[in-house]
Write a protein that binds this ligand. Sequence first.
Ligand SMILES: Cc1cc2nc3c(=O)[nH]c(=O)nc-3n(C[C@H](O)[C@H](O)[C@H](O)COP(=O)(O)O)c2cc1C
Length: 307
Amino acid sequence: MILAPLRGVTIRCFRETFATLLREGGFTEAITPFISALPGVDPLKNEELRMRSSFFTQNSQLPVAPQFIGKDPTALRACLERVRDVGFATADLNCGCPFPMVRRKGRGSGLLRTPDVLRRLLEVGCETMGPGRFSVKARLGIDRTDELLELMPMINAFPLRFLTVHARTARQMYTGACDLEAFARIASVSKVPLVLNGDISFPPPDSPIHTFTRSPLRPTLMVGRSFVRALGEREDSGELLSRYIEVSCAELSGERPVLGRLKELIAYWKDIPRWRRLWPVIKLARTLDELRAVALTEIAPASPVGF
Ligand SMILES: Cc1cc2nc3c(=O)[nH]c(=O)nc-3n(C[C@H](O)[C@H](O)[C@H](O)COP(=O)(O)O)c2cc1C
């Protein structure tokens, strides 16, 4: 199971702080939130890829693939060379970002409408990282659920590590249901390993989607929001939060970015009964002491439990 990139949430600090829980939960690797592949911009300056030794030993971490977003093959090549040369074994291309500003500029899911550009990016990715080391994360299409399907003959020609399909169109953003039949149609023609993404419950199984994954297709799963939410459902969620606050304070300067980071996480917990009551106060907290007072004194620390 692969941890989904969630910008602002499944960031490096999150992956490091909760590495043990991620491993216990069955995750074997992660993809970073997207990093822009722009001419002249060094990806290693991005906080996601900053090398660090404090707090954590490297080998307790999930292997991670940097994800790039862009449409310029030369810039992508330069970024991939940088990450490859410092030891990242794999990398990923964002072909799924649904936001109109991104899409209309031909990046993210916009690449589904510019097959020649996509082909060049896949060539560069597979050449630079090597066969079986470059992956792609895409939507089913922009308006229709068969746009990615139509690109499969082209995609099949590349030695991709895998193709992740978030089984929605870009137009859907994050609303409506995932279309598993459209995913199955892609699976029936795909020559590259597929990863299924979108609304998969954590821990697996018991969402309808798992009936599908018991089929002979058995794609690997990519899970994002349900894992983040599951952290808030744990008895020890207050302690987890406390640890995240401390680690975040140690790496960020000033309270404001820490508060922003924490609110982004707790927003995923706002429908969980014990957090629902606290959320309106947390949302308005202006200092970490205010946030700590609510979150950590109201949630009695408990001993760690499994998922
Ligand atoms: C806040 C947020 C940020 C996201 N950031 C990224 C990103 O940087 N790259 C990417 O490929 N997908 C991104 N996604 C999409 C997720 O990786 C995933 O495809 C989507 O949330 C569906 O999976 P889930 O239902 O398991 O969360 C983001 C989604 C959300 C909600």
